[in-house]
Design a protein around this ligand. Structure first.
Ligand code: NDP
Length: 254
């Protein structure tokens, strides 16, 4: 296989969670451009369909479906419906910022862990079965540099803990499934320009921390994360499993 062919996903099917906007939507576009048939899922079926229609308008092979990742039953049902998924991208996630740990409600803790960690595991568990049977498949989890460092000055212990757990879960599943042909990797992005961070643009102090604290002097874009996901999903990364790839503009160097 020549080098550029290794990046192509022609004939493959990829499923993305939380794909209606932000990093998830950019990832759907990247995978579709590489030739994959993409199943764009999100917890809101209508926004999933609107985003899928936009990508179809660009000539891509994209279908939409509704998936709330915190429901292990719903995840299992969807894995039965789409029984030939080659690439799974676990992107759905939320953040709750500026929540001091000592006064954090049960609900804030549980909601973040339930989506970022439990939901991601339900998807890995359900979609791995068909991959393990075929002895082929690639799972890419969206972690965060917050899984390595405590980002400043937000107080979000639940988010940092959830992403650190995603990284170690990625490595655990990679070790279990590598002998059976399934690769599991993660991307750990810096601050990305998405709706998740919309609250920061009006906060000059926080922007100073984020941008000034990054050697590249800027936030990242969703397409820059999607490009790393595409690489990990593809055969170009055939030797990689259990890798947590930082895409952080150098933030964790300082
Ligand atoms: P956005 O908030 O822009 O998009 C997240 C998408 O996931 C939304 O469409 C959202 O739906 C969906 N979603 C949320 N909860 C669920 C759920 N329970 N089931 C299914 N879908 C759900 O986020 P980003 O694109 O910024 O983030 C994507 C991933 O990247 C997350 O895992 C995040 O933690 C991670 N990340 C983001 C960074 C950043 O700076 N933005 C940095 C590092 C990592 P709805 O519209 O209904 O909310």
């Amino acid at each position: 296989m020549n080098y550029m062919d290794r990046f192509r996903l022609t004939g493959r099917t990829a499923l993305v969670t939380g794909g209606a906007r932000g990093i998830g939507l950019a990832t759907c576009e990247a995978l579709a451009e590489a030739g994959a048939r993409v199943i764009l899922t999100d917890r809101n079926g209508e926004t999933a369909e609107t985003s899928a229609a936009t990508l179809r308008g660009k000539g891509h092979d994209v279908v939409a479906d509704q998936l709330e990742v915190t429901s292990s039953a719903a995840v299992e049902t969807l894995a039965g419906k789409y029984s030939y998924v080659d690439v799974l991208v676990n992107n759905a996630g939320i953040a709750r910022s500026n929540v001091p740990a000592e006064t954090m409600s049960d609900d804030v803790w549980r909601s973040v862990i339930d989506i970022n960690l439990n939901g991601l595991f339900w998807c890995c568990r359900s979609f791995s079965k068909q991959m393990l049977e075929r002895k082929a498949g690639s799972i890419v989890n969206i972690g965060s540099m917050s899984g390595f460092i405590v980002n400043r000055p937000q107080e979000q212990a639940q988010y940092n803990a959830s992403k650190a757990a995603v990284h170690q879960l990625t490595r655990s599943l990679a070790a279990e499934w590598a002998p059976r042909g399934v690769r599991v990797n993660a991307v750990a992005p810096t601050y990305i320009e998405t709706e998740m961070n919309a609250y920061v643009y009006d906060d000059p102090e926080l922007m100073r921390h984020w941008v000034g604290g990054t050697p590249q002097g800027r936030m990242g874009r969703p397409d820059e994360v999607a490009a790393v996901v595409l690489f990990l999903a593809s055969e170009a990364a055939s030797l990689m499993t259990g890798s947590i790839v930082l895409a952080d503009g150098g933030y964790t160097c300082w």
